[in-house]
Design a protein around this ligand. Structure first.
Ligand SMILES: Nc1nc2c(ncn2[C@@H]2O[C@H](COP(=O)(O)OP(=O)(O)OP(=O)(O)O)[C@@H](O)[C@H]2O)c(=O)[nH]1
Ligand SMILES: [Mg+2]
Length: 392
């Protein structure tokens, strides 16, 4: 008997988005294109994109019922069973949509969680993804039972149902607390490692997903971290030591990429991984020169950094993938849009030495400021001792 090891054909999906009058049209296009890239990353090809213009979402089905029937027709003509929607759906909406399309519907959070689950390689990343899944499951559990008792109602839906809900909720709560304990243990061992590296200057790479953070870490340190044309290729913090001529060794860390409308449970679960952002002496904010909405992406990055409490850490803006911009006018536009940035290519090493030079200057300034701060601290301590010895 012959067996073939061909991988299964990619799952097909119909993708839809809702355009409301209060939305920025540029951001709407960016979001929909991003959803398509998320689908590809998750392993599905988008057979058709459907856009509905509406004043506001339909509370029962999110997009209108007529449009939903159009989705169902598209799914049947493309022979696909998956409908992906650029929205956060309530469980009731999931049920109502699935009844019409006779297939499964996936919302933005679910799609992102699925990618994170596929890409989690280390123990810590797996625990963080599981924690985010539990956080998502918890309110849905309550909703599922409430929904059930409202729908069926009356005799038979009280006692045992409520008890079952209580049992399920307690199980999820217990799981959440176990996962948090495991993460705390990993975090403690990381704090010990960090203490042993105390004194070395710490540079952390941050930025939107797929802009080339891991590629830049490789270019700066000669490492070979995984680089992929996929969203969220990196979920773990990789740390490397590298030599910056004129100053010595620095520690450079790579981080998980950011995304607009990232499910907040996910950010909460990845907080300990992102500690490396708060503990940095210098942030390199990496951007993609070839992305038409890079300034919107920068806004998202700044918002997440504020959320993480990293607003006062000094930063260098780095515009990467300059090898993809040959047009002189386009280069000029980028220089005007990001006047204080360094323009590089991690791919062909354009301006990597210039970037190292700028990092060196920042380290020198930091050390100067630190030594001035140390002198002020020492002098004020001496003054206090003197005042205590010779009170007026
Ligand atoms: N042309 C070009 N492509 C680049 C450059 N830097 C990175 N890339 C490509 O961009 C894609 C993403 O690169 P990564 O380094 O994985 O990006 P990342 O920011 O670490 O992505 P995530 O970990 O998924 O958030 C890959 O296909 C890289 O080959 C560059 O300077 N020029
Ligand atoms: Mg990466």
């Amino acid at each position: 008997m012959f067996t073939t090891n061909n991988p299964p054909p990619p799952e097909k999906a119909v993708l839809a988005g809702l355009k409301t009058p209060d939305q920025d049209p540029v951001l709407f296009d960016a979001d929909l294109q991003e959803m398509q890239m998320l689908c590809t990353t998750a392993g599905a090809t988008v057979s058709e994109k459907i856009v509905q213009k509406r004043e506001k979402p339909n509370p029962a089905t999110y997009i209108g019922r007529g449009k939903l029937r159009e989705v169902a027709r598209a799914m049947s003509s493309h022979k696909c069973k998956t409908f992906v929607i650029d929205a956060e759906l309530a469980l009731g909406q999931v049920h109502n949509i699935e009844k019409v399309i006779k297939g499964k519907v996936i919302d933005r959070s679910q799609l992102i969680l699925d990618i994170f689950a596929q890409h989690a390689r280390t123990n810590e990343a797996r625990i963080q993804v599981e924690l985010a899944q539990m956080y998502t499951l918890y309110p849905r559990l309550t909703h599922a039972w409430t929904h059930f008792s409202q729908q069926v109602g009356g005799i038979g839906t009280r006692g045992p149902g409520e008890k079952q809900l209580e049992v399920d909720r307690r199980l999820v709560q217990k799981k959440i607390s176990d996962l948090k304990k495991k993460l705390a243990r990993i975090e403690r061992s990381r704090t010990t490692q960090r203490k042993s590296r105390k004194g070395t200057f710490r540079v952390t790479l941050v930025g939107y997903t797929n802009v080339g953070k891991s590629s830049l870490l490789n270019a700066l340190s000669g490492s070979e971290l995984l680089v992929e044309n996929k969203l969220f290729a990196t979920l773990d913090t990789a740390t490397r030591r590298t030599y910056i001529p004129g100053t010595g060794t620095v520690i450079i860390s790579d981080t998980v990429g950011f995304l607009r409308k990232l499910p907040h449970h996910l950010v909460a679960s990845f907080k300990s991984t992102l500690e490396v952002v708060r503990n940095a002496n210098l942030l390199l904010i990496v951007m993609d020169a070839s992305c038409p909405w890079n300034s919107h992406q920068l806004q998202t990055v700044n918002d997440v950094l504020d959320d993480l409490g990293a607003h006062d850490i000094q930063r260098i803006h780095v515009v990467n993938k300059m090898d993809l911009v040959d047009d002189a006018l386009e280069r000029k536009k980028l220089e005007l849009a990001f006047p204080d940035a360094v323009f590089i290519s991690a791919f062909n090493h354009e301006n990597i030495n210039q970037l190292k030079e700028i990092i060196k200057e920042r380290i020198n300034e930091y050390e100067k400021e630190n030594s001035i701060a140390a002198i002020i601290k020492r002098k004020s301590k001496e003054l206090t001792t003197q005042q205590n010895r010779y009170p007026a």
